[in-house]
Design a binder for this molecule. Structure first.
Ligand code: NAD
Length: 336
């Protein structure tokens, strides 16, 4: 059993904690609360051991007695998943994980330079084998890597231009926006292109991005110059066979991110999550050697699968394909 500790019990952390409990080869030792809120009450309801990175007094006065500090949690585990807000992971690495010599997985808000390898399971699992510090790349980068890796392996990529239409905030978030504007990212390329190259090292990619007033999902529009001739039918076939990618169809009235989220709920997915990258069948086009496609990314859940595989890779489980199968099966991915 791989003993896992979860630091940062927010949007990503609470999902990874639940996913860990579904794995036959893992045990969730505990989670950390930073401040008291409803998420901590739910963790208690689920019977998770609660440690704290904040003021223990704040928890005890609300009827929760923490088991100890983050350092106490570290003493009990083989690996920490750090899903704290960006830049805090790096601070935690220096303050706790390095001195205590514990392996740690970080999220996409941390920089590639903080870790030994950046990770997307179906692209570069082996690069993270037995490493000490691994970063699961961001939701957008994960989405780009999953489909581009498949395209690259089948047809070869000369170059990619991708535009990210990003959700403004997560659905629970009452602070961030925009709520009535489209905000371009005035940085070229946007950080996503270089981030893809931390996983798909040889893919020539240029990205642009903007934020829009929605909370449900991101959307990507991709134009890929291919090395080999192909057809839209062949690309569709490829995406249907690619793990953690789901082909959705206008013909089934899945015409929007709203309908994808409804589909996930109807499928009975936990929290209504859709961890697969959704590519529209009717949005795939090929002209000469140029491929066009549109994909939607559920930012709250796609990286959860990668966190589970990264736990196996960092602790020395050699078979990446097998890990992907185990994770998929436990979470009802690619078939339900
Ligand atoms: P979040 O704000 O939802 O959750 C972060 C949690 O960490 C909160 O529960 C907070 O209380 C806790 N926390 C804050 N400061 C802390 C500290 N000093 N020590 C320990 N815990 C602390 O954040 P999130 O959206 O889950 O993001 C976490 C990471 O995942 C970031 O790197 C982010 O870039 C990445 N990520 C987020 C999304 C997304 O769409 N939300 C998608 C992919 C990756």
């Amino acid at each position: 059993m791989i003993k896992v500790g979860l630091v940062g019990y927010g949007t990503i952390g609470k999902r990874v904690a639940d996913a860990v409990t579904l794995q036959k080869d893992m045990k969730l030792i505990g989670i950390t609360g930073h401040s008291y809120d409803y998420k901590i009450e739910v963790a208690k309801m689920k019977g998770f051991k609660i440690f704290t990175t904040g003021d223990p007094e704040e928890f005890t006065k609300n009827g929760i007695k923490p088991e100890g500090s983050v350092e106490d949690l570290i003493d009990e585990v083989d690996v920490i998943v750090d899903a704290t807000p960006k830049k805090i992971g790096r601070e935690n690495k220096e303050k706790y994980y390095m001195p205590k010599k514990v392996k740690a997985i970080f999220e996409g808000g941390e920089k590639h330079e903080t870790v030994d390898a950046s990770f997307v399971a179906q692209c570069n699992y082996d690069e993270s084998l037995n490493k000490n510090y691994v970063r699961v790349v961001s939701c957008n980068t994960t989405g780009l890597c999953r489909t581009l890796n498949a395209v690259n392996e089948s047809f070869g990529i000369e170059s990619v231009h991708a535009t990210m239409v990003r959700r403004a905030a997560d659905p629970w978030d009452i602070r961030h926006g925009p709520i009535n504007s489209i905000v371009p990212v005035l940085e070229l390329p946007s950080h996503h292109g270089p981030d893809v190259q931390t996983v798909l090292h040889d893919v020539n990619i240029f990205t642009t991005a903007m934020s829009v007033p929605t909370t449900l999902m991101h959307m990507h529009s991709l134009i890929v110059d291919l090395k080999k001739e192909t057809t839209a039918e062949e690309v569709l076939d490829l995406f249907k066979k690619t793990t953690r990618v789901r082909v959705v169809r206008n013909a089934e009235m899945v015409r929007s991110t709203a309908e994808i989220m409804e589909l996930a709920k109807d499928m009975g997915r936990l929290r209504g999550d859709m961890p697969e990258i959704c590519v529209w069948e009717e949005g795939i086009g090929v002209k000469n050697k140029k491929l066009f496609y549109l994909q939607a990314i559920h930012q709250e859940s796609d990286v959860v699968l990668e966190n589970i595989d990264a736990i196996r890779a960092i602790t020395g489980f050699k078979d990446g394909q097998k890990s992907i199968e185990m994770t998929n099966k436990s979470m009802g991915i690619n078939g339900f």
